[in-house]
Every structure is written in C-alpha cells, then in structure tokens.
Design a protein around this ligand. Structure first.
Ligand SMILES: Nc1ncnc2c1ncn2[C@@H]1O[C@H](COP(=O)(O)OP(=O)(O)OP(=O)(O)O)[C@@H](O)[C@H]1O
Ligand SMILES: [Mg+2]
Length: 253
C-alpha cells in the first residue's frame, strides 16, 4: 500500500489556557486535494502553522513518508517539500514577482570574481511558471503589490511549483478575492493536482473548496469531527458537520 505523505498524530497545542488543538490525527496521501474546513477559531491555521514550522506543537508526532520528523522552522518544513501560503500573506508587495518566486532561494551566478543575482534566469523561470498557471502578466519585474489578489496567490504558487513541493498548504486563499480571483485559485489547485502535488486547502467557505477537493476534514473547536471522501458525502452533509459542535461520540481518530 502507498505510504501516507504526511501523518500527524495526536497533535496538541495550547495558547495559555486555550486548548487550540486537542489530539488531532490526519493523514494526507500523495497528490490528494484535501479541504480542511471548520468554523472560525476551529484550529485550522494553528494546525498548518505547526506543519509549516511557524509554531511548535506541545504534544504529538509528525511523520513524513512514514518517517518521524521534527519540524522546528519554516526552513525544515520547506526542505521536506512543504510550501505554505499563509492566511497572513506569504509574499512581499514591494518586491518584484521574480524576487518573490525565488525569495530566500535566489539564483546566483559568477560575474568575474563576484557572485551576483542571476536576474535573467530567475525572470525567465518565473514567467514560465506564471504562464503555466494561465496568468497574463507582462513582466517578472512587476512589483507584486500591483498584482491582483488572485495573481498574488499565483506568484506564491509559482514558488511551490518551481521548488517542486510535495505538499502545498493554502490557508484561506480565497479571502478578499472577487469571483475571478476565486476561479483563478481553483484553476491553480487543478494545476497542482495535475502535477501530483498534494494540497491542503483551508477555508470556512465550503463553496470555494467543494468543487476541487477529493476529501474533506472538518475541525471543530480543536477536534477532528469528520474525515470523509467526497464520494461518500454531500455538500449538505458537510455543511451540517461544519456547524456541529464536538461531542464525545462524534470524534474521529
Ligand atoms: N498566537 C495565539 N495566541 C493565543 N491564542 C491563539 C493564537 N493563535 C490562535 N489562537 C487561538 O487558537 C484558536 C484556534 O485559532 P486558529 O487561528 O487556528 O483558528 P482557525 O480555524 O484558523 O480560524 P479562522 O477560520 O478564523 O482563520 C482560537 O481560539 C484562537 O484564538
Ligand atoms: Mg485561520
């Protein structure tokens, strides 16, 4: 049987007295698109920040390809092949598209005795990726703050594609986007699926994720209350599950 790409086991997180994650177990398989849904404050962002190396778990284990790993920084997470687009922006507006794509992993070339940024190469690679995502942007030197919200998500996803992420985490990618932007995000996710990159798509708006995900995990007040293949559920059932408050007998492991 195929190995799970990532397996999180019995994850707990406390913020002072707030028990934000109460023993969550989730497996993600290679290439699958999982909708991680739940109400405000359910613990969705907390969970993925742990996977992204932004915060530390207080208890529990994370396995990557069934090997136990310790993710203690964003760098650790990226090295495994996890690319996260945070709810609180993961790109820098005043930098160009190309610099954002290669942020922290810039291409360098020799220029006489010196090492300099290889802007030509980074520019070409960025434009290739932007084109693959179906975006129509004239120059890799455009500052990202002048891109639309949907295009900005595309820039961040270009980075994931270039560095061959195995898992992309999108935290509320449709927030603050118009109809066109939401459609763009859904096309990006399909492109990631074509490339066999797994996606965790976080939202509390089921409409955004339902068409693209193949599986759904519902979090409620720090606990997993539903974990289901799309073929075994319905939009309505998911909505009901998202509104439900956990009780001892509807928790899943
Ligand atoms: N840094 C922090 N300090 C204190 N409490 C926090 C911190 N981060 C999150 N929390 C609390 O942990 C709980 C889970 O928050 P989290 O941001 O993970 O929810 P969420 O599911 O992402 O919600 P939303 O849909 O609103 O983004 C909430 O009660 C929140 O107030
Ligand atoms: Mg959140």
């Amino acid at each position: 049987m195929e190995k799970a790409l990532v397996r999180i086991e019995n994850i707990h997180k406390w913020f002072g007295k707030v028990h934000a994650l109460k023993g969550v177990n989730i497996k993600i398989w290679p290439g699958e698109i999982v909708g991680l849904v739940g109400d405000n404050g359910a613990g969705k962002s907390t969970l993925i920040k742990i996977l992204a190396g932004v915060i530390r778990k207080d208890k529990g284990e994370i396995y990557w390809n069934e090997k136990k790993v310790d993710i203690s920084s964003v760098d650790d997470s990226r090295k495994l092949g996890i690319e996260t687009l945070f709810q609180e922006q993961s790109i820098i507006g005043i930098l160009s598209i190309m610099r954002n794509v290669f942020l922290g992993r810039e291409k360098i070339k020799s220029w006489g005795p010196m090492k300099i940024l290889d802007n030509k190469n980074m520019g070409e690679e960025s434009m290739k990726l932007i084109g693959q995502l179906g975006l129509n942007i004239a120059s890799p030197n455009q500052e990202v703050r002048f891109c639309s919200g949907g295009e900005q998500q595309g820039v961040a996803l270009s980075r994931a594609m270039y560095f061959k992420a195995k898992l992309v985490i999108l935290d509320e990618p449709c927030r603050a986007l118009g109809v066109k932007g939401v459609e763009q995000v859904s096309n990006f996710v399909k492109e990631l699926r074509n490339k066999k990159i797994a996606v965790i798509f976080i939202t509390h708006n089921l409409y955004n994720v339902y068409p693209v995900a193949s599986r759904f995990v519902v979090l409620s007040r720090g606990e997993k209350t539903f974990d289901v293949q799309k073929k075994n559920t319905s939009f309505n059932e998911l909505q009901v599950m998202m509104a439900k408050i956990p009780s001892r007998n509807n928790l899943l492991s």
